[in-house]
Design a protein around this ligand. Structure first.
Ligand code: FAD
Ligand code: EPU
Length: 337
């Protein structure tokens, strides 16, 4: 019988720093341990915790919280062009990126400094600076919660989209990802066209491109834009950037001439939610212990003693005001529990 800790504060385990409690809490560091835990839990409510960097806890969790500590990185295959690395789901994402760079495995350098675990990365197909993990994703293994059986999912089966996968849709709450295989490149294909990467490389005085240089530039940009959860509680972008049809975008442009938009395939335009939230008057606003970040209004913050439920209320007020002003419904990126 598993030896669960009881009534455990989750404050150290979520980057918002919300002091919600878990009725039962346990870590797992092997597949066998996880399968045994699942058996003893039965049908009780279950929350899988990685780094807690994409979660908003709005209440105590009246069930079992299992924290993923599966570790290990191994090369399972290699050919002329690629390295296939299998990474256990509890590995820290950024440490894996640094490991890849140290070994000259290219493909994840643009995803430097994203918090959290490798196992949570496919959940929302993490992305930044022009790259998403689906571009280097080969397959993953996941335990079916109901049966304890391990299944393998290839890329198509994961149904990756912008901050989306099958594990947030029809398979939501049904699987625990235990490892991910990445197909990394021996020869880098640099992707430096996004945002300020090129300018930052110039600022850093880098003339010879390398995956380490790209990573350094991405880290510098991220540190200048996003609050460090060690200093101010947050979970990165609270909402996704909305996508609208080209015709709707033209209508918005007529009314709001400065509205930014990025053209995607199929006549779709992505609008920065940060701009919409700033225009709706929320940027830098503080409400007691919580607020909207002063440099990046897409990031909601907890100054220390904030409550999850208040952050959720704030998020929904922001959503309503953006909807009233622009007719656009923002969708949360953060998992609200
Ligand atoms: P958690 O928060 O622990 O979990 C997130 C969800 O996934 C929960 O529903 C949880 O139950 C579930 N889950 C976790 N692990 C597993 C598993 N092994 N199997 C099944 N379900 C699981 N994201 C981006 O895409 N791009 C960014 O640039 C980015 N920048 C960020 C910057 C900051 C400062 C912060 C705080 C967050 C940022 N994020 C970004 C969001 C976050 O880092 C990612 O979503 C990350 O993948 C979450 O990992 P985690 O281990 O912390 O997940
Ligand atoms: N903007 C404003 N006001 C601001 C800040 C930004 O209007 O105060 C507008 C500007 O038009 C700016 C645009 O927003 O050009 C985009 O801002 P930024 O480059 O900071 O990126 P983002 O769209 O807000 C997205 C991701 C981030 C990712 C970065 C870099 C989403 C929801 N967010 O943010 O991911 O790191 O791009 O690629 O797609 C996350 O998912 O948690 C996350 C941090």
């Amino acid at each position: 019988m598993a030896n669960f800790s009881e009534n455990v504060s989750l404050k150290p385990f979520n980057t918002f720093g919300i002091d919600a409690r878990a009725r039962k809490f346990q870590t797992f560091s092997s597949l066998g341990e996880l399968q045994a835990l699942l058996k003893s839990i039965g049908d009780s409510p279950l929350l899988i915790l990685g780094g807690g960097s994409n979660l908003l806890l709005t209440q105590d969790f009246e069930g079992y919280v299992l924290k993923n500590e599966l570790r290990g990185i191994s090369v399972i295959e290699e050919n002329k062009d690629h390295i296939f690395a299998e990474v256990q789901a509890g590995e820290n994402w950024h440490e894996f990126v640094l490991h890849a760079i140290a070994n000259n495995w290219a493909g994840v350098e643009n995803l430097s400094l994203i918090p959290g675990t490798v196992g949570a990365a496919p959940m929302q197909n993490i992305g930044a600076y022009g790259v998403e993990i689906k571009q280097v994703f080969e397959s993953l293994k996941a335990v079916e919660i109901e049966t304890g059986i391990v299944h393998t999912f290839n890329k198509e089966e994961c149904e990756f989209g912008y901050r989306e996968s099958i594990f947030k849709k029809s398979h939501k709450g049904k699987y625990i990802i235990t490892s991910v295989v990445f197909r990394l490149n021996k020869k880098p294909e640099f992707n430096i066209s996004y945002g300020a990467i090129q300018d930052t490389l110039n600022e850093l005085g880098i003339s010879e491109l390398s995956i380490k240089a790209v990573s350094d530039a991405v880290i510098k940009i991220r540190q200048s834009k996003l609050p460090d959860p060690k200093e101010i509680g947050n979970a990165g972008s609270f909402f996704k950037n909305p996508e609208v049809g080209k015709i709707d975008f033209e209508g918005l442009k007529a009314e709001f001439p400065n509205i930014p938009g990025y053209q995607l395939p199929n006549n779709v335009v992505k609008i920065p939610a940060a701009w919409l939230i700033e225009q709706a008057g929320w940027k830098g606003k503080t409400f007691g212990q919580i607020g909207v970040h002063k440099n990046q209004p897409l990031v909601l913050v907890n100054y220390g003693q904030g409550k999850g439920v208040d952050l959720k209320d704030l998020a929904f007020k922001i959503r309503t005001s953006v909807s009233e002003k622009f007719g656009i419904e923002l969708t949360p990126e953060v998992n609200i529990i």
